[in-house]
Design a binder for this molecule. Structure first.
Ligand SMILES: C[S@@+](CC[C@H](N)C(=O)[O-])C[C@H]1O[C@@H](n2cnc3c(N)ncnc32)[C@H](O)[C@@H]1O
Length: 320
């Protein structure tokens, strides 16, 4: 299976403005329900996720509080675009896994649904160019109710931009739970997760990797694909050791996602929401609300259970 044709970039570009408007609309509808104090607290918490540059040295970003009422709304501006960009760069790189047979995909720590957006865009494009692509069942799991509420708003807005989206992916009712809880992952699923592990999870890397590996084994997962910032890859490296008898098919390089640039409509939505409750607007938003860097800085891990993917070619492992 080959990479996507070059025309994907142009196809995306012609939809970029409407995708930005979709994020802005989801931002507004979520923000309308929030008080000034909730918006302010969520914005501050989101900002703690950014890596800081102290005396020319970058430090790893901290954790934010996804339980805050405004977390989903503020994540939309700060990170949804970047995570769509990263997810697309990963999903495009594994065409044999995602484009050959119907899967039950379980997005753990799905947040605002960036990976679903990315897959929906790829699958809608393939449909437009009349290229066959399986219709996956897609379940989002997240422990934060407000992240899943925003996931819902963003999905509804995406459906307006991509009228055929429900023909290319079958979105299941999201599940609000912790991935450590038993029986949440459907049997035989391909488990994916973008930026799932917190800083605390990374600090306790061996414990996190063991727990995640047993969740995968207990649910009978067929494969796992995770991606995150370089500073947090330690859990993924530990996970490889735990998944004995699985093949490492991690991509060496991620695809160059053509979705980049600022999310101007989303910036305006944030400014207007803050002004309407007499909060000062944040001068960082114009820099931070964007579709991500080109190419993505994420690192990806892909592991498959041999009995589920007996014929797939094993790539040179990179996550040792
Ligand atoms: C950094 S966000 C990533 C969201 C999304 N995957 C993306 O790429 O944009 C991390 C998400 O994982 C969720 N999360 C963290 N720990 C979790 C756990 N143990 N179980 C379920 N969700 C979790 C958080 O609520 C948050 O929505």
């Amino acid at each position: 299976m080959k990479a996507l044709p070059n025309t994907f970039g142009h196809w995306l570009l012609t939809r970029k403005q409407r995708l930005d408007e979709a994020c802005a609309a989801a931002f507004r509808s979520g923000a309308d329900r929030l008080s000034a104090a909730e918006l302010k607290a969520a914005n501050l918490s989101m900002k703690s996720l950014y890596a800081a540059c102290d005396a020319d040295r970058y430090t790893c970003g901290g954790d934010c509080d996804y339980a805050l009422a405004g977390a989903g709304v503020m994540y939309t501006g700060h990170f949804h675009g970047k995570r769509v960009h990263d997810s697309m760069a990963v999903l495009e790189t594994l065409p044999d896994m995602f484009r050959t047979k119907e899967l039950h995909i379980c997005d753990v720590g799905a947040g605002s649904g960036a990976a679903l957006w990315a897959w929906a865009l790829i699958a809608c494009y393939l449909r437009d160019i009349k290229t066959e692509c399986p219709v996956h069942n897609w379940t989002s799991i997240d422990s934060s109710p407000c992240m899943l509420e925003q996931n819902e708003r963003l999905w509804l807005e995406l459906c307006k931009v991509l009228p055929d989206v429900q023909k290319v992916v079958s979105r299941q009712v999201p599940i609000c739970t912790d991935w450590r809880t038993q029986h949440t992952i459907p049997t035989g699923a391909v488990v994916i997760g973008g930026y799932l592990f917190s800083r605390e999870d990374s600090t306790r890397h061996t414990r996190t990797a063991r727990a995640f590996a047993s969740t995968l084994q207990d649910s009978g997962a067929a494969a796992v694909v995770l991606w995150t910032a370089e500073s947090k890859t330690i859990v993924m490296r530990r996970l490889i050791r735990q998944l004995k008898g699985w093949d490492d098919q991690s991509p060496k390089n991620l695809a160059k996602c053509p979705l980049d640039g600022r999310m101007l409509q989303c910036i305006y939505a944030a400014q207007s929401a803050f002004r309407s409750v007499a909060l000062p607007i944040d001068t960082d938003w114009p820099q931070r609300y964007n579709w991500g860097s080109y190419p993505t800085k994420a690192t990806a891990l892909a592991m498959v259970r041999k009995d589920q993917y007996p014929e797939s070619s094993v790539l040179e492992p990179v996550m040792k």
